[in-house]
Each structure stands twice: as structure tokens, then as C-alpha cells.
Design a protein around this ligand. Structure first.
Ligand code: PLP
Length: 416
């Protein structure tokens, strides 16, 4: 930091401002987290200098002996964490992990079935503006009137469109996903099953959500959400698919792996293997549940009426405030969230009638159930469309920020 301040004060000052922003507000974006100092140390290490195209022991460049060991440790740790037969830790992102499965197993124009984006799915699961929807024939399933995945519709759609691949997994779904049911449907129609566990990877690692690994042919994930690693992706698969997956990542989609990110992934997987990570995952879920209960008791509607995981979707369909308005009002009290479409949203995607909230980052910071009640009240105040309440709400947020300074809360003190 001191060196950077001397050599590039412009960037150093922006980093300092970002640290203050994170410290002085509460991060409730469900897909974000706060990586440990050890993860950040690996990220900003000499590993960033190395070209290491290929895989451990089979590289196209010399001088890879230590990078080989780093990547092998990352592979071994994540295989142990999830009980997977094979792991590729090179995907630069979650999107690239997903794309690699498509590249390996689908020809352009072939049909797959994923969760619809407005019902909680991800862009890479068949949106018409993403390569998944542009190059392949995307069909979709969604949630029922109560906001739960409609497994009957899923089976019906699968029988109709006979997909080569079915995708389970979501970006804005607050309930558990029944992977056994997905497997059953996939088997019935002879489809491959991919589970994108990006959002819940940390919950799976910490035993708070059923693991998709025994059910899926491929499991893709990001490493920076509930898993609390560096930004990046991973693919887990059965041994029989290992060669095809590895070939799809390199040389299919990517060149040199980001070795500093792989080093940081190894550190994060080591942290997730520590028994204390289970306590962290448990606390994420408890915090989300208490926050949901507080919001409900303040008259706020939630998609599906609650949460089973780390994520809450506030439903503003009946509110005069749109998702965009709510995002802006929460920013005024130093809470960062994102607006999000809700099922059957009457408002446009850049406006929306929803707010997506997640507890992974505040849980890392140290907040516990009693704090969630204060946080829930602050959110409820901000969503009342009464500016006189904003100051009070901001004070509540500020008191929580002061109680749990960033990088000084649970991460360092409680051991998770
Ligand atoms: N899959 C799911 C379910 C996600 O929620 C996300 C990101 O939010 C991704 C994939 C894409 O990850 P990335 O942003 O690393 O490409």
C-alpha cells in the first residue's frame, strides 16, 4: 500500500476510498463477500507473473515447478471439499466455467433447458443476449405462483423439448434446490445434468445445502460468493468427463491460467476445509432467516415468503417504490444491494420490482442474529417512502459498521 501510494497515488487513493466505502457501509449484494487477508495476499503475489498454459506436469512453458504445485494443491483441496472425482480450477469466471460445459458437450443449435432469468436463473443459462442463448437453443423452466421451482413444469418441458443438457442453479432463488428431482428428470429424458452452484457453493461446503456432486454430471461454480475466495470459476465433474472438460477450458476457451487467482483459490479452499467454515455457513443461513423474519414482521413482501439459504428477494410489485428506487434509498443509508426482477415483474429489467439481499458479506464481517433485527428495521424504514425516517435508518447502519470494523470482525477475531 505504501509503495503504491508512492508510485501511483491516483490508484492508491481510489483503493483507500473503496476500503472506506466497504467499511462505512453494509454490503448486502448476495453474490459478494469479503475475502480473507490470506486470499488477498495470494492474489497480489508473484504468481501473477507466470505463463503456465496447460495443466500441472504438462505445461507449454518452462519454470512451472512451483506453479504446478500450487495448482495441484488447489485441485486436491476442492476435490476433498466436495468429494468430487475431477476438478478444473482454471476457469477465469463462472461464465467461462459454464461455457466450457457447453463447448464440451453441446453442438451449436442443440437444445438445453435452464431456469429462466426473470425467475431467478443466470444470464449464462440461456438469456438471448448471452452466448448460451445465441449459439444454442435455450428452453426454460421457472417458479410457481408461490415462488418455488415448479418441478412438474420442469419435467413437462423436458419431455417436450428433449434437451441434451439440463441446468439446475440460480442467481436469485431463496429456496433449497432438489437436485435428486433434477437428476430424475434428466434420466427420464436422457439429458446430461449440470448444476451451477455458484451462489450456494459455500453453503454446500459448510453442510447447509444438499450437495449437487452425487447427482450432477458437471458442477460449475464461482469461487467468490458464499465460498469467499478470489473472483473466479471452477468445474467439478465425474472422471469420465475430465478430459473433455479440461480440453474445453484450455485450449478451447482460455489461454494462460491466472496463477495468482489459482493460488488464492487454493488458500480459500483450505479455509473452507477448516471446521470453522461450517460455523460460518450456519451463521449465513441463520442471519438470512432472522433478517427475512424481521422484514416480514415489518410488512415487507418476500418472494416465496422467506428463505432457506443466504438470499432474500424483496417483492415490491405492490409498492410505489420500484427496485431501482429501493436500491437508491438503501444507498442513502449506506446499504449496498442490487435491484432484481421478481417472477412476473411488471416493471422493466432496468427498473424492476425487486431487491436482492444476501448475508454472506455481513456474516464474514461478524454480524449475528441480533444485528439482523437492527438491520431489518433499518431496511424497513428506508423502504417506507418517508424521507424523515432515513436519518434514523442510517444511524442504525452506522452503529453496526462501527461495531464490526471491516477485517477486524469475525474474520480475524472469531476464526471464521
Ligand atoms: N452462475 C451463477 C448462478 C451466477 O450467479 C453467476 C454470477 O453472478 C455466474 C454464474 C457468473 O459468474 P461470473 O460473474 O464469475 O462470470
Amino acid at each position: 500500500r505504501t509503495d503504491l501510494l508512492k508510485s501511483d497515488p491516483e490508484i492508491a487513493n481510489l483503493l483507500a476510498k473503496e476500503s472506506h466505502r466497504l467499511n462505512d457501509g453494509l454490503e448486502l449484494i448476495a453474490s459478494e463477500n469479503v475475502a480473507s487477508p490470506a486470499v488477498l495476499a495470494a492474489l497480489s503475489s508473484v504468481l501473477s507473473n507466470k505463463y503456465a498454459e496447460g495443466y500441472p506436469g504438462r505445461r507449454y512453458y518452462g519454470g512451472c515447478e512451483f506453479n504446478d504445485q500450487v495448482e495441484q494443491i488447489a485441485i486436491d483441496r476442492i476435490k476433498k471439499l466436495y468429494g468430487a472425482e475431477h476438478a478444473n480450477v482454471q476457469p477465469h469466471s463462472g461464465a467461462q466455467a459454464n461455457q466450457a460445459v457447453f463447448l464440451a458437450f453441446l453442438k451449436p443449435g442443440e437444445t438445453f433447458l435452464g431456469m429462466s432469468l426473470p425467475h431467478g436463473g443466470h444470464l449464462t443459462h440461456g438469456s438471448p443476449v448471452n452466448i448460451s442463448g445465441l449459439y444454442y437453443k435455450a428452453e426454460s423452466y421457472g417458479v410457481d405462483a408461490n415462488g418455488f421451482i415448479d418441478y412438474e413444469e420442469l419435467a413437462k418441458k423436458a419431455r417436450e423439448c428433449k434437451p441434451k443438457l439440463i441446468i439446475a442453479g440460480a442467481s436469485a432463488y431463496p429456496r433449497v434446490i432438489d437436485f435428486a428431482k433434477f437428476r430424475q428428470v434428466a434420466d427420464e429424458v436422457g439429458a446430461l445434468l449440470m448444476v451451477d452452484m455458484a451462489h450456494i457453493a459455500g453453503l454446500v461446503a459448510g453442510g447447509q445445502h444438499q450437495s449437487p456432486v452425487p447427482f450432477a454430471d458437471f458442477v460449475t461454480t464461482t469461487t467468490h460468493k458464499t465460498l469467499r475466495g478470489p473472483r473466479g470459476g471452477v468445474i467439478l465433474c465425474k472422471e469420465k468427463y475430465a478430459k473433455a472438460i479440461d480440453k474445453a477450458i484450455f485450449p478451447g476457451l482460455q489461454g494462460g491460467p491466472l496463477m495468482h487467482v489459482i493460488g488464492a483459490k487454493a488458500v480459500a479452499f483450505g479455509e473452507a476445509l477448516n471446521p470453522s467454515f461450517k460455523l460460518y455457513a450456519e451463521q449465513i443461513v441463520v442471519n438470512a432467516r432472522v433478517l427475512a423474519e424481521t422484514l416480514l414482521s415489518n410488512g415487507i413482501h418476500l418472494v416465496s415468503g422467506g428463505t432457506d439459504n443466504h438470499l432474500i428477494l424483496i417483492d415490491l410489485k405492490e409498492s410505489p417504490l420500484s427496485g431501482k428506487d429501493a436500491e437508491e434509498r438503501l444507498a442513502k443509508i449506506d446499504i449496498t444491494v442490487n435491484k432484481n426482477s421478481v417472477p412476473n415483474d411488471p416493471r422493466k429489467p432496468m427498473v424492476t420490482s425487486g431487491i436482492r439481499i444476501g448475508t454472506p458479506a455481513v456474516t464474514t464481517r461478524g454480524l449475528v442474529a441480533e444485528d439482523m433485527k437492527i438491520l431489518g428495521e433499518a431496511i424497513a424504514f428506508a423502504l417506507k417512502n418517508d424521507d424523515s425516517l432515513l436519518e434514523k435508518a442510517k444511524e442504525k447502519v452506522s452503529s453496526l459498521c462501527k461495531k464490526y470494523p471491516l477485517y477486524n470482525g469475525a474474520l480475524l477475531n472469531k476464526g471464521y
